[in-house]
Design a protein around this ligand. Structure first.
Ligand code: SAM
Length: 275
């Protein structure tokens, strides 16, 4: 495996620092630095960019991001055992890596980065990945504090993120992502690429915020998608009964015989705006 920097191989780092993977923290580490560079490259040019990374672990993706020229990486890691390994990377790239020990779910990301454009790049812990994505889609202000998000999820979640109407994976997540971002599937990563290997294939998705999404209140969009997809096989006149039923659908000029998965993001926004 080609070295991307003068630091030791990740397998040695993990052994030396005793970083046995903890399932409860979603720890599946990537050891191939060519693969972590491929993920980092999906985010586009990194020169002059501040990258926010969640869950650096032993630092495979962090090293790739730094080697590709990011001016700074701010990494939030919950597992204190990883900090000495990350400190070695910080020494190798002086002034360019800031590690914050903490829970990403309790981190105020808007307040973290103040310099230059910001990109989010992360191999997310599976147990909190979707919640983090939803938080990043619903920040206090829009356009958001970041230029793009390049994130690894279980493939199943990745398919839901990029799904459009008439796709079996289309649901609340697809509507939310489609409303505020252009989301695309970048590539799959097989279980064998990780240590330990997870049970399922993973996917890297890349999302770029839309500057002017359709005006709509997130909480209203959430209400309509929750009702409509709560009974996705039923006709809308039945599934949205609790939030206005046929009268709401008539106001939004949507045929009550249609099903949730056939509605475009624009139609969901129309429905939300008629609530
Ligand atoms: N980035 C590394 C890689 O690609 O090899 C590790 C990725 S591993 C899938 C997820 C990482 O997220 C672990 O290092 C884990 O300790 C960390 N983590 C789990 N929950 C977290 C949380 N709530 N906040 C911050 N980090 C978390």
């Amino acid at each position: 495996m080609a070295a991307i920097d003068g630091l030791p191989p990740l397998r040695d780092v993990i052994t030396r620092h005793g970083l046995d993977a903890k399932k409860a923290l979603g720890q599946n580490f990537l050891l191939d630095l060519n693969l972590t560079q491929k993920i980092a490259r999906t985010a586009g040019p990194l020169e002059g960019v501040t990258v926010i990374e969640v869950g650096p672990g032993p630092g495979g993706l962090t090293r790739a991001i730094l080697s590709l020229g990011a001016s700074k990486v701010i990494a939030i890691e919950r597992d204190a055992r990883c900090l000495p390994a990350l400190a070695e990377i910080a020494d190798f790239y002086p002034g360019r890596l800031e590690v914050i020990e903490g829970d990403a779910l309790k981190t105020s990301f808007e307040d973290l980065a103040t310099e230059g454009p910001v990109k989010i790049i992360a191999n997310l812990p599976y147990n909190v990945g979707t919640q983090l994505l939803v938080n990043w889609l619903l920040p206090k202000t829009w356009p958001p504090f970041y230029q793009s998000m390049t994130l690894m999820f279980q493939r199943e979640v990745g398919l839901r993120i990029v799904a459009d109407a008439d796709d079996d994976h289309y649901g609340r997540l697809g509507v939310l992502c489609g409303w505020r971002t252009n989301a695309r599937m970048a590539f799959d990563v097989p279980p064998q690429a990780f240590s330990p290997p997870p049970k399922v294939t993973s996917s890297v998705v890349h999302l770029e915020p839309i500057e002017n999404p359709i005006p709509c209140l997130a909480e209203d969009l959430e209400k309509v998608t929750m009702a409509a997809f709560g009974q996705r096989r039923k006709m809308l006149r039945q599934s949205v009964k609790s939030i206005g039923g046929e009268a709401l659908l008539a106001k939004a000029e949507i045929d009550p015989k249609r099903r949730a998965e056939t509605l475009s993001v624009e139609e969901f926004c129309r429905l939300a705006n008629c609530l």
